[in-house]
Ligand binder design. Structure first.
Ligand code: CTP
Ligand code: CA
Length: 224
């Protein structure tokens, strides 16, 4: 199985990846964000490059670094920025893997000056951001589209529902329940679910190894 990873199977292919959090501005100095480190998406990008792919990595704010001639990093801040960047590269790509932890809501209005603490309480009105992954699912032609699902309960059911609703070829279910898995850690425990609802559960592993497992599955599916 691991053999196929050694022969540059993605040479000549374009892979689009999203990673990291998004920051949604409240005012010039504050934002709504989350604790995503970006590690998983960066490991996927590096692995894609090792397999010979030309990679566009669209990343929210992170400390991750990548140095590979086949990887171009496109830094973005908000969900809207990420949406626009993703749509620039999607049409020409062969595989899109959306690993970013996109903010689901953003402030309806962004204050143009710093909000002062004059009131005893403050309410922010939030509105939904665009669902980048779903937007790709609705326009995709031959691209192989991979999403992530972060769930705390009814994991498998929720992941299968996302797979269908967003028109994906594969979904990576992230188990947050296990110690050592998730956002900030170097390890992850995932279950892969394909279009036919075939499931493969993996042990807790390094994110580097999880990235390899994801590509072994993608390559298998592409050759079927
Ligand atoms: N995603 C996206 N754009 C958004 C929200 C999510 O592209 N505005 C993508 C993520 O990158 C991930 C997948 O959708 O690949 C699922 O994200 P997740 O947060 O698990 O699911 P949501 O659809 O946002 O639903 P909820 O948070 O309510 O579970
Ligand atoms: Ca979400």
């Amino acid at each position: 199985e691991k053999d196929i990873l050694n022969k540059l199977p993605l040479k000549g292919k374009k892979v689009l990846i999203t990673a990291g959090p998004t920051y949604e501005a409240i005012d010039p100095v504050r934002f709504i964000g989350n604790h995503s480190s970006g590690k998983m998406g960066f490991e996927i990008a590096l692995q894609a490059a090792h397999l010979g792919a030309e990679v566009h990595l669209i990343s929210g704010p992170t400390n991750q670094k990548i140095n590979h001639s086949l990887v171009e990093v496109i830094p973005v801040t908000s969900a809207e920025d990420m949406y626009l960047a993703v749509h620039k590269f999607f049409e020409d790509c062969h595989i899109a893997i959306l690993a970013a932890a996109v903010a689901d809501y953003k402030p309806r209005v962004v204050a143009n000056k710093k909000i002062k603490k004059t009131e005893n309480s403050l309410s922010l009105e939030l509105e939904k951001t665009k669902d980048i992954l779903a937007s790709l699912g609705s326009i995709k032609k031959n691209q192989f589209l991979v999403g992530f699902a972060l769930e705390t309960d009814n994991e498998v059911e929720n992941a299968k529902a996302k797979l269908k609703k967003k028109n994906l070829n594969l979904i990576v279910l992230n188990s947050l329940n296990d110690k050592g898995a998730g956002f900030k850690s170097d390890t992850n425990k995932v279950t892969l679910i394909d279009e036919n609802e075939n499931m493969t559960s993996f042990d807790l592993k390094s994110k580097e190894q999880v990235a390899k497992d994801i590509f072994v599955e993608i390559l298998k599916q592409l050759h079927e």
